[in-house]
Design a binder for this molecule. Structure first.
Ligand code: 5AD
Length: 432
C-alpha cells in the first residue's frame, strides 16, 4: 500500500520525467500516465502512476515532512546502536575488513558468512547488512498487495501444495467481479499502489481472459499491476505488457539445473531463465528469486542462487524457505531455521547493496518475529495478502501461512507499527 509521497514534476523528456520529493530528484518512466511540469504524481517502482490534485498533494507533503525526518532519525539511531559486545573471530574480522574496504570476497568468504559464523557473528552480519541497506537505499520500504486469483495448477512441482496431484485440496478460481472487488478494496479503501495477481499455472486463464482482467482493472484503477501466473508464452507476456502490466513475479527456484529438474517434472532451468530474460527485454520489472532448503542443496547452491538473482537485475529479490507440505512428496523434509534464513538475507544485501529485498510470507511463517528480524538484516519490502479471506486458506502452497486468517486492516496496522518502530518509511522512494 505504499504511502507513495507526491512527487512534483520538474522536467519532461521523451520517455522519462524528473520528479522531486523533499529536494531529492528521481528519474521516472512516464508511459503509463499523461502529466505536465508542475503536476504532482505518485511514483511506484520508477513509474508515474497517478496524478494528485495540487492542494491534496501539498497537504499530504506537509504531514509527511515531519514523519519523514522522524523515521530517518529513528533508522539512523537503530543502525548506530548495539555493535559492541559481540565476539568476533579473526577470520570473520578479516572478511568484514574486506567488505569495509570494498575488496572482493572469495567464495570461501561467502560460504563462511552463510555457514561458518557463530551466533554473535551472525548478528554482526545482520547489523552490517542493515547499515548497508541504510547507506545505499535509505529507509523506504515498499508494501505491495497480493491477490491469489486461482489455486488450479497444471504443474506438479514436488514442493508445492497446489500441485496438480494434490487431490485433497479444494480448488477455487475467483470470478472477474470478485477480482475487481478485491482490487477496489485494496486500491480505494486501503491505498495500495502495486498489486500482484497470482495463480497456479491455470489453463483457464487464456490470453484473452487475462487481458480482460487487466483491461477492467486499468479502466478504473491507477495501480501498478504485477502478474505471477507462471510460465506463459513470450507473446502472451508481450500482450499483457501492451495492455499496461508492468511487473512480473517469476522465481527461478534454484540456480542448480539438476535440483531444478528433479523438483519440477518435465521442466528445465534453461527455459525458465530464458523466459525471465525475455520478460526483462519486453520491459517488465521482474521480481525473482529462489527457494532455500531444497533437497540436496548445498551452501554453494544458495550462494549461486543469490549471484544469479543479482545477475538478472531484478526489481525485487523474492526468496524464501521451503516449508514442507504434508500432501506433497517433500512432506518429511526438514525446514531450515530462521537463523539460516537471516544469514541468506544479510548475504544477499552484502552482495547486492542497492537491491530491494522482500520479506516473503514463507520467511514470516518460519517464526514469529521473523518480519522484524528480516527487516533488520537487510530486507526492505513487505507483501500484504489482500485475497478475500475465505479463499486464502485454499491457496495452500505450504502449511500455516502467516496472515492467512488476518484481516487486511490488521495486517496493515501491524506492518505500519513495525515500520514506524524500525524507522522505515512505507513508501517507494528508492535511493538513486
Ligand atoms: N514452501 C515455500 N514456498 C513455496 N513455493 C511453492 N511451494 C512452496 C513451499 N512448500 C513458492 C515457489 C513459487 C512461489 C509462488 O511459491 O517458490 O515460485
Amino acid at each position: 500500500m505504499c504511502y507513495a509521497i507526491p512527487a512534483r514534476v520538474i522536467k519532461i523528456e521523451e520517455r522519462f520525467a524528473t520528479v522531486e520529493y523533499f529536494g531529492q530528484k528521481r528519474k521516472v518512466l512516464k508511459d503509463l500516465l499523461d502529466f505536465d511540469i508542475g503536476d504532482y504524481v505518485y511514483v511506484q517502482a520508477g513509474m508515474a502512476i497517478r496524478k494528485i490534485p495540487h492542494l491534496q498533494a501539498q497537504s499530504i507533503l506537509k504531514t509527511w515532512k515531519v514523519l519523514f525526518s522522524k523515521l530517518k532519525n529513528q533508522d539512523e539511531s537503530l543502525i548506530n546502536k548495539s555493535y559492541s559486545g559481540l565476539r568476533l573471530s579473526k577470520p570473520y574480522d578479516a572478511i568484514i575488513k574486506k567488505i569495509d574496504e570494498k575488496r572482493r570476497l572469495s567464495v570461501t568468504d561467502y560460504l563462511y558468512l552463510l555457514n561458518g559464523v557463530s551466533s554473535d557473528e551472525g548478528k554482526f552480519s545482520q547489523q552490517l547488512a542493515n547499515r548497508i541497506r541504510n547507506k545505499y537505499i535509505d529507509n523506504s520500504c515498499c508494501i505491495h498487495g497480493i491477490i491469489e486469483i486461482s489455486n488450479y495448477c497444471v504443474r506438479d512441482c514436488l514442493y508445492c501444495g497446489i500441485r496438480k496431484s494434490n487431490k485433497k485440496l479444494k480448488r477455487y478460481r475467483l470470478k472477474l467481479n470478485q477480482i475487481l472487488e478485491a482490487v477496489d478494496y485494496a486500491v480505494n479503501s486501503r491505498g495500495f499502489k502495486v498489486l500482484v495477481l497470482q495463480a497456479g499455472e491455470d489453463a483457464y486463464y487464456t490470453k484473452a481472459r487475462v487481458l480482460e482482467i487487466i483491461r477492467k482493472i486499468r479502466q478504473k484503477y491507477a495501480v501498478l499491476i504485477f502478474l505471477s501466473l507462471g510460465e506463459r508464452s513470450e507473446s502472451d507476456y508481450q500482450a499483457f505488457f501492451d495492455a499496461g502490466v508492468r511487473g512480473a513475479l517469476l522465481r527461478f527456484e534454484s540456480a542448480n539445473p539438476k535440483i531444478y529438474s528433479a523438483l519440477r517434472p518435465e521442466k528445465k532451468l534453461e527455459d525458465r531463465l530464458k523466459l525471465i530474460k525475455s520478460l526483462k527485454n519486453i520491459g517488465y520489472l521482474v521480481a525473482t528469486g529462489f527457494l532455500v532448503g531444497l533437497p540436496n542443496e548445498t551452501d554453494t547452491d544458495i550462494l549461486n542462487n543469490i549471484k544469479l538473482t543479482k545477475k538478472l537485475k531484478p526489481e525485487m529479490y523474492s526468496f524464501g524457505p521451503l516449508i514442507p507440505h504434508l500432501d506433497t512428496p517433500l512432506a518429511s523434509l526438514k525446514k531450515i531455521r530462521l537463523a539460516k534464513m537471516l544469514r541468506v538475507i544479510s548475504l544477499a544485501r552484502i552482495i547486492d547493496k542497492k537491491s530491494r529485498i522482500l520479506v516473503t510470507t514463507a520467511t514470516e511463517t518460519l517464526a514469529k518475529p521473523a518480519k522484524e528480524k528480516a527487516l533488520s538484516a537487510g530486507a526492505n519490502s513487505l507483501m500484504i495478502n489482500v485475497t478475500p479471506i475465505d479463499f486464502r486458506r485454499l491457496y495452500d502452497i505450504y502449511p500455516n501461512r502467516r496472515s492467512r486468517n488476518i484481516k487486511v486492516e490488521t495486517q496493515i496496522a501491524r506492518s505500519l507499527k513495525l515500520l514506524y518502530r524500525l524507522g522505515r518509511a512505507p513508501t517507494d522512494i528508492g535511493a538513486q
